[in-house]
Design a protein around this ligand. Sequence first.
Ligand SMILES: [Zn+2]
Length: 419
Amino acid sequence: MIVEVLFLAVTANAQQVTVIKAGTLIDGRSSEARRNQTIVIRGNRIESAGDVATPAGAKVIDLSNMTVLPGMIDTHTHIFLQGEDPAEGGYDVQLLKYPLAYRAARATVAARRALEQGFTTLRDVETEGAGYGDVGIKMAINEGRIPGPRLFVVTRAISTTGGYNLEGYAPEVEVPKGAQLIDGPIEARKAAREQLDHGADWIKVYMTHRSWVDKQGNLVSQPTLTVEELKAIVEEAHGWKKKVACHAYGGEGMQRALDGGCDSIEHGLDLTDANIAQMVRQGTWLVPTLSVYYTHNDPPNTPSGKRDAKRVAVHGPSFQKAIKAGVKIAFGTDAGGFSWDEPMAQEFARMTEFGMSPMDAIRSATSRAADLLDMTGDLGIIAPGAYADIVAVADDPLRDVNALKNVRFVMKDGAVFKQ
Ligand SMILES: [Zn+2]
């Protein structure tokens, strides 16, 4: 039976002691799972975990027939997108026809869906024309008014003139854009300052935009910001002790992303050996988002269909090379790019298909993702001092990562959300 607990109890009572009996525990950091472990939670933090005694008077949650792991972290989502089916008008109608309140209502549902699936933290990487809506959703979650994951938000994202949707309209018609467009380092810095001022936890930059297949069959991507523009943003964000996530497929835009000092490369479809060596040297993260490129692809005999197929063809090998070279990898799905009704955990099977071990895939969505978010020890781990964000699945995810699609128990901040 699934019981969703009244969600206004978002944070556990500070003195409440809860004990979880875990049949198998994957703590998010260790390379091995452990059997028959006890997790003691006081308030919203984990007090102890391991072979420890149950304190007298504690409330006991018996998950002895399940695998328990840290609440999962998706470091690349869009709660303000809904999988834009081209048959339903695609991306453009979101910005042209839907009132912001409608989009915010649907973002609220998306946030809830993520939590139901065991994702207790999201880095949500831009609102796609919905301005600072993510700051509002985060506020409502933190105040306990709606259920949802912990959100790290980027607000509007930044690209250049000619570097983001909407496009293809008559030049005389002014249409809204899905990102804040800048030209020149001064505008770039100003946009970063505005976004940070209004609550951005991260800055998101689009370093490539259009892509196509050239005569030689290579994937080519249009670069957007110059190194100087990007450096102004990175310097500004780092001054605020925040980081910069860069959408980049490959080529010139990828080179500028790395030279300009991006903290994470999003997608990284077409990575050269030199790109990978530079990422290792600079400590740049890769958030691959493999699965989303398998959805909504155009017919294979059309130019856009050839591009879509080429994206998929180069992505896996790039990811494999990155794993081998030791690039830091964090789990990200691009959920919102596909419907929130599809399982976010489908990404795990793609990662393992290309050679990542199930445990490493899980770590990419727990302790490794927490490292990316500068939340090491607080999130993505079941250990003393961490927030009590805990999930459980019935089947063994180390045998089949698809077990993670079926999360049976969700606790966030010490409060049970789903059981
Ligand atoms: Zn995305």
